[in-house]
Design a protein around this ligand. Structure first.
Ligand SMILES: Cc1cc2nc3c(=O)[nH]c(=O)nc-3n(C[C@H](O)[C@H](O)[C@H](O)COP(=O)(O)O)c2cc1C
Length: 336
């Protein structure tokens, strides 16, 4: 079975990619993912906040040096103590690139233009095969318009794009009023791909302490459906690469994503939960299903149920809304 696919101009041996998580940082874990058959890894992100924080500390250091502190010099941090975060990331990228045979995609995570975007250059020089830009922006300010939010995405993307030749994928949220327009704008600005969709981690309220607590829940398969639907609707409007991230746990999830038109399907939660062997299982089951349905390759399968190819594409839109509501039946014994 030919499972190969192209993503961001890279030739991948299959469409299963491990998305950013602690698993794609550690060399041993990344090797285990590779042995299990994963086609590429996306490293955890280098975060704008941490880069800026480090830069601020460095600026303070330089300022203190220029003032001079003579006899207390020994008590002050040394220059090497700064820039640690970025250097660590670059060393880890170089290590992963040196040890793995599969492509390694680096990741930047931020929401605003600034000095931190220059890190893209270092990532390119350190050998990243591509770059994922995760714009994790919660549009909490009610005075900011939708257009301003979209411009923020585009400006940040363009600022990073102008630094490097690397293909860049933008990991976007589904919280746009016009997802298709946004993706087309990103494509016109030179994005090589988009990854749909970021999962926003929801803060919870602790009823004991009355504090707001961040909550990270792993995903469930049903979350893939939102992504599959949007990939199906986007596929014939754009020619950039499409990745699905969110809710891909099983071979069925991955197959549906590919049928809708995704070039790759990314896994994270299920790998944290079940380990790298899940990749091997998914690849085996995908091949079996494809043989059974007489598909010869992933290229043949990709997009065969996208909006323009599906027998009943209106089901991706609003058309069946009423029918779906009407078709709901209560469990017996509940509110007779
Ligand atoms: C523990 C953990 C760490 C993550 N770290 C990052 C990160 O650094 N950058 C990023 O873009 N996404 C990060 N993600 C998001 C995942 O890459 C993925 O997009 C998301 O979990 C949805 O996929 P899933 O349903 O397969 O988990 C992280 C997710 C988890 C659970």
């Amino acid at each position: 079975m030919d499972l190969s696919t192209q993503y961001l101009g890279l030739d991948l041996k299959n469409p299963i990619v491990a998305s950013s998580s602690p698993l794609t940082w550690d060399l041993k874990k990344a090797v285990a993912l590779q042995q299990a058959g994963v086609a590429a890894i996306i490293m955890p992100s280098l975060f704008e906040e941490q880069i800026e924080n480090e830069q601020a500390q460095l600026d303070r250091f330089i300022h203190q040096q220029s003032i001079g502190h003579s006899e207390t010099d020994n008590f002050h941090p040394q220059l090497a103590d700064y820039m640690d975060y970025q250097n660590k990331y670059l060393s880890q990228l170089e290590l992963l690139k040196g040890e793995l045979d599969i492509p390694v995609i680096a990741s930047l995570n931020g929401i605003s233009e600034g000095g931190w975007v220059q890190n893209a250059v270092d990532l390119e020089q350190a050998g990243a095969d591509a770059l994922e830009l995760n714009i994790y922006y919660v549009a909490a300010n009610p005075d900011e318009t939708g257009l301003q939010v979209e411009q923020r995405y585009l400006s940040l993307f363009k600022a990073i794009k102008s630094q490097v030749k690397l293909p860049i994928c933008v990991k976007i949220t589904h919280q746009f009023s016009a997802i298709g327009w946004m993706v087309k704008q990103l494509e016109q600005a030179g994005a090589a791909g988009v990854s749909v969709f970021n999962r926003f981690y929801q803060p919870d309220i602790d009823l004991e302490t009355l504090h707001i607590v961040p909550k990270l829940e792993l995903s469930h398969s049903f979350e893939a459906l939102l992504r599959i639907r949007w990939v199906a609707m986007l596929r014939h409007h754009v020619s950039l690469s499409l990745a699905i991230t969110g809710g891909i746990h099983t071979a069925e999830d991955a197959l549906k994503g590919l049928l809708a038109g995704a070039d790759i399907t990314c896994m994270c939660s299920v790998l944290l939960d079940q380990g790298p062997q899940q990749i091997t299982r998914v690849l085996e089951q995908m091949s079996l299903w494809m043989m059974d349905k007489e598909y010869e390759s992933v290229s043949q399968l990709k997009g065969s149920l996208s909006y323009i190819n599906a027998v009943n594409p209106e089901a991706f839109e609003r058309a069946n809304y009423l029918e779906i509501m009407d078709s709901y039946s209560r469990a017996s014994g509940v509110m007779v």
